[in-house]
Write a protein that binds this ligand. Sequence first.
Ligand SMILES: *Cc1c(COP(=O)(O)O)cnc(C)c1O
Length: 395
Amino acid sequence: MNNAYIDNAEASILHTYNRYPVVFDRGEGVHLFDTEGKKYLDFAAGIAVQSLGYGHKEYTQALKDQIDKLTHISNLYYTVPMMEAAGKVVKASGLSKVFFTNSGTEAIEGALKAARKYSYEKYGEERYEIIAMNHSFHGRSLGALAVTGNEKYQAPFRPLLPGVRFADYNDLESVKEQITKKTCAIIMETIQGEGGIYPAEEGFLKGVKELCKEHDLLLILDEIQCGMGRTGYMFAWQEYGVEPDIMTCAKAIGCGVPVGAFVLGEKAAEGSLKAGDHGTTYGGNPFVCAAVSKVFDLYEKEHILEHVRTVGGYLTEKLDGLADRYDFLKERRGKGLMQGLQVTGRPVGEIVTRALENGLVIITAGSDVLRFVPPLVITEADVDDMIERLERAFV
Ligand SMILES: *Cc1c(COP(=O)(O)O)cnc(C)c1O
């Protein structure tokens, strides 16, 4: 039955993804079921989105209630869900103002515009350069792609946004070398995700922050994947104590509805985008904001951060154990429930496919990394189950 659906899809869907041959039908907690009723343990969460697991009753009820009231009205008016969601984002981050978008990519676009506007207001037209990192990922629109340090993704679409210079992640000297009189901002992920799960080193992140202060550059931290509790902190930068001028969010902030945000500290909020500078029809509509608002409530009610610290420690221990036991596993990297195992000498795709056959959903990062970004509500027993299924996929 799965295959008939798949042939159908390939007849009509633009082939921009090499999809795995599974048709998912429904989810329950940390498990997924395909159209044939086969059950899978999920360690991908729809790419770090479904933090609360699938079919969370209080979450789905909040969405249903909001659908019955009002789903969309545009940004020409206020709505209660949007005001509530904004307040919760600001409170959790300690930053100043939020703009809701429909995706992570759009959050990046907004952050880049805000950074340029800040510099334009203060220094005039000629200060527009942005420093981004090699092996970064910020999205696929022409602006977000311009700061995505991946030659393969960029090459067919040039010319991209001008004025982007690339430095090496975790190499402060290389960042210094890219600063010119024209630089206005530095953008990076607090933990590189798609690039292969590389956490920022503390000295690097703090050093970049110092450079930003020294040259009045805006620090944009992309928390789209590593934020929303994944590392055991609501936002990964909070562990480092390095506050960004602008932060981008998406993925888990709505736990499955399409929503993102860029969040500005006071300096960026006061000095950048004003009425008329930026907009969106859907962004922050009452439906998605009811989700965001409920997500923040449930994180608190279910002590998600504390839980991630405990179960994340357990996952770390188990993955380190695997890396010790198997020669082809080079190293484990990551924090909390955002982990990667680097594989050498065999294709990661094969392991992922075999894991699927064993009823385990995992994904890859970069070209050679197994990525573990499960729902944040997994238990230690789920970790054990995952390890067992994964080891069977190694043989
Ligand atoms: C997924 C991701 C994006 C892009 O988000 P979309 O919602 O797919 O547009 C940007 N940055 C990072 C770090 C991401 O992981």
